[in-house]
Design a protein around this ligand. Structure first.
Ligand code: UDP
Length: 335
């Protein structure tokens, strides 16, 4: 039997990176998780090997790529909070853009030229109120989105100049958790809708804040395209397969093509848990567009990607199972 191909997964101890390590391992690859554990979790590293390191440490990256004879890199290590990026853009440009440049340099030095980028629907900025396609203009409206868009542009120049092939996967709203409930969404501070609503339900906050109910949407709350993290991981493995076949890559939306409002998500959580989420309407959050929904066609055609776990009940059920484990309910606070 031949040795499994090694894939370096930067940020492999994070939410999406850890699910990708699992998917890689199940697909017969050897994931090498490279993470500085600044926001990742040691106990999420359950598949493959762990190398502790920072993406700005080019020497360590180069050594790691060579030592493990890495065939391709999946790059998740990044800061990803929109609000924080507005308050502290330097943190985002230094880590996300400069850090990625360091990784690309190490890869070229080590002769590795296959790359999958964890990108984001935030590259589109204030999108039109229709499905967003990859041919739409990228005009990010916050430093987080800008940092990812800059990386995509670097990758497109590298593709042309060096034959350095890359897939940029633009996720819409990553959600849900592995059905085993041993890995899932866990951040501190937590800013995302589904985990925050669940934490309010568990008594970790007095109520959940709906950021704006005066959007131009059917119920006034903002609409997003929620995609299950297991589906995201599967898309990465499909992109890797194409790279190994010599495909040059490109930019692809990963979404379902279906949007849900904040109130629809809260209703789905109430249906799953049997308890209404305590809630209060607050002003809009700066930088939040009314609606972000992907046109999933290109990923379907090229990656042969179909979202299989992204129906709302599955997303909420798996997220809730994980949350009960990660944040034991404060039943006294709920009483
Ligand atoms: N949202 C909200 N209250 C929260 C967190 C999020 O109303 O405590 C809304 C947010 O304004 C957006 C949607 O939920 O319209 C999804 O936000 P999230 O932060 O989960 O993802 P984003 O779309 O910003 O990447």
């Amino acid at each position: 039997m031949s040795k499994p191909l090694s894939v370096l997964v930067t940020g492999g101890a994070g939410y999406i990176g850890s699910h990708c390590c699992k998917a890689l391992s199940e697909a017969g690859f050897h994931p090498v998780c490279y993470d500085n554990l600044s926001t990742g979790h040691r106990d999420f590293i359950k598949w493959g090997q762990f190398v502790s390191g920072d993406i700005r440490d080019t020497d360590r990256l180069r050594d790691t790529l060579r030592a493990h004879d890495v065939a391709a890199v999946m790059h998740f290590a990044a800061f990803s909070l929109v609000g924080e990026s507005v308050a502290d853009p330097q943190k985002y440009y230094l880590n996300n853009v400069v850090g990625t440049a360091s990784l690309l340099q190490a890869m070229r030095d080590a002769g590795c030229s296959r790359f999958v980028l964890s990108s984001t629907g935030a590259v589109y900025g204030n999108a039109a109120s229709r499905l967003i396609s990859e041919t739409d203009r990228c005009e990010p409206i916050n430093p987080y989105g800008s940092s990812k868009w800059m990386i995509e542009q670097i990758l497109s120049d590298f593709r042309r100049a060096y034959g350095f092939n890359s897939f940029c996967l633009r996720y819409f709203n990553a959600s849900g958790a592995d059905p085993s409930a041993v890995i899932g969404e866990f951040r501190d501070p937590e800013t995302h809708l589904i985990p925050r609503a669940m934490m309010a339900l568990q008594g970790y906050a007095p109520d959940f804040s709906i950021f704006g109910d005066d959007y131009d949407t059917p119920d006034g709350t903002a609409i997003r395209d929620y995609i299950h993290v297991t589906d995201l991981a599967a898309a990465h493995v499909l992109a890797l397969g194409l790279l190994l076949d010599g495909h040059e890559g490109g930019s692809f939306n990963l979404g379902t093509g279906k949007g849900f409002s904040v109130r629809e998500i809260l209703a789905a959580i109430a249906a799953e848990t049997g308890r209404p989420v305590p809630q209060a309407v607050k002003p809009r959050r700066p930088g939040d567009p009314a609606m972000l929904v992907a046109d999933p066609q290109r990923a379907r055609e090229v990656l042969k990607f179909e979202a299989r776990h992204s129906d709302l009940p599955t997303i909420i059920r798996t997220a809730w199972a994980w949350h009960l484990r990660a944040h034991p309910a404060r039943t006294s606070a709920l009483a």
